[in-house]
Design a protein around this ligand. Structure first.
Ligand SMILES: Cc1ncc(COP(=O)(O)O)c(C=O)c1O
Length: 382
């Protein structure tokens, strides 16, 4: 069984997450990486690759392509043809490439909000319009506004989907994905599906379903962007996959990469291969640890009047509604109480903050104490 109980000191490392608050008593619960080491089998593969000594330009080897296809089948019951795979140095570059590959300039892209901030600049980066479709929040759950998507689909060439959803933690059901697929197919809207959080499904009665795996029809109008970097905590080793069954869409995607997409490093390919070959219990153990963290955070929020949070089905991100606190800028307010959250404003989610709970349990408990103290300092209702 993998062990997540060792606390790793990242304060003197190159960590983006930890360096933001280097000289302040602020615990970093922001950017989406985990404070855990990558699994031993990944680290061993990297050591072995380094021992080879030469780290020149690299390309995906047949063993990697085979491992990826076998992985899609075993994990998602999705038969992926090797020809469909395009290797790219990250999912965010993939979103931007996809936007260039579909429709034409001045078209529009539908994006459900709140969403991971880089989504929001994708349309403008390729001279397209952003059609924001706010998710519906009933105080307990976030859901897709299908009527709104249907309206906007007539005006759009693409829809950018985040599933499992960052930041709300929704893991969309087959029913929801089928409905979305139906609308997109009927309106000739290409789905660009970012599935980077596939491995972090916390609810036992849920599983990640790639939208393209639902039917051949939707697979032919979908660009799936996926990577193992988030699940195995090797996000610094940029390597991702575009899965594009339709040959002409694939060709347009490849054309759109010309000139501005960097090489994937040999170490990133090596890590990717190790993860696609993984049949251990590492993800199961990770998810079990994260589930306890999630439950602790959910209980704290439930018991703290003034803040609210929908149940987190997947990802290691809690999307906290702090609007009732009536503070000008919740992210700064919490920072002043020693909590470094992501600012909801950047996600088109003003009044919210995002709490990354993929950390050592002791750190989480300290964060939870600070959260309660911060909220109680607001003297709500008095
Ligand atoms: C939904 C989502 N997509 C993409 C990324 C980043 O992907 P990459 O580092 O492969 O560009 C993140 C990182 O947090 C994310 O949460």
């Amino acid at each position: 069984m993998a062990d997540f109980s060792t606390r790793i000191d990242r304060t003197s490392s190159d960590s983006t997450k930890w360096n933001k608050y280097r000289d302040r008593d602020v615990i970093p619960f922001w950017v989406a990486d985990m404070d855990f080491t990558a699994p031993d089998f990944v680290l061993e593969a990297l050591h072995e690759r380094i021992d080879h000594g030469v780290l020149g330009y690299a390309e995906a080897q047949p063993a990697l392509v085979d491992a990826a296809c076998a992985w899609f089948w075993q994990r998602f019951n999705w038969k992926v043809d090797p020809d469909w795979l395009i290797w790219i140095p990250g999912v965010v570059p993939g979103l931007n490439i996809a936007s260039r590959a579909i429709g034409s300039e001045d078209d529009a892209l539908i994006i459900m909000t709140p969403v991971y901030p880089p989504f929001l600049s994708v349309p403008e980066n390729s001279n397209k319009q952003l059609l924001s479709s706010p998710l519906i929040y009933d105080g307990k759950k976030w859901s897709i506004d299908f009527a709104d998507i249907e309206d906007k689909a007539r005006l759009a060439s693409g829809l950018l989907l985040s599933n499992p959803q960052n930041p709300t933690g929704r893991v969309y059901s087959e029913n929801e994905l089928s409905k979305l697929a139906e609308i997109c197919i009927a309106n000739d809207v290409i789905v660009v599906s970012d599935e980077i959080h596939w491995g972090i499904v916390l609810d036992e009665n849920r599983s990640h379903i790639p939208i393209a795996s639902i039917s051949e029809e939707i697979s032919l109008t979908t660009i799936t962007l996926i990577a193992s970097t988030k699940t195995y905590n090797v996000a610094g080793l940029n390597c991702a996959l575009g899965v594009i069954p339709d040959p002409s869409l694939r060709e347009r995607f490849v054309d759109a990469t010309t000139g501005f997409v960097s090489h994937i490093s040999p170490l990133a390919y090596t890590a990717a291969l190790a993860t696609f070959l993984d049949r251990s219990s590492w993800i199961k153990d990770l998810v079990a640890y994260l589930r306890v963290n999630r439950d602790l955070l959910e209980r704290c929020v439930d018991e703290t009047p003034g803040i609210a949070m929908a149940h987190v089905e997947g990802t290691y991100l809690g999307w906290i509604d702090a609007r009732s606190l009536q503070v000008d800028d919740p992210a700064t307010f919490f920072e002043n109480h020693g909590l470094g959250f992501s600012n909801g404003f950047d996600f088109n989610g003003e009044g919210f903050v995002r709490f990354n709970f993929a950390c050592h349990r002791d750190l989480l408990l300290e964060g939870i104490e600070r959260l309660k103290r911060a909220v109680s300092s607001c003297n709500l209702g008095s």
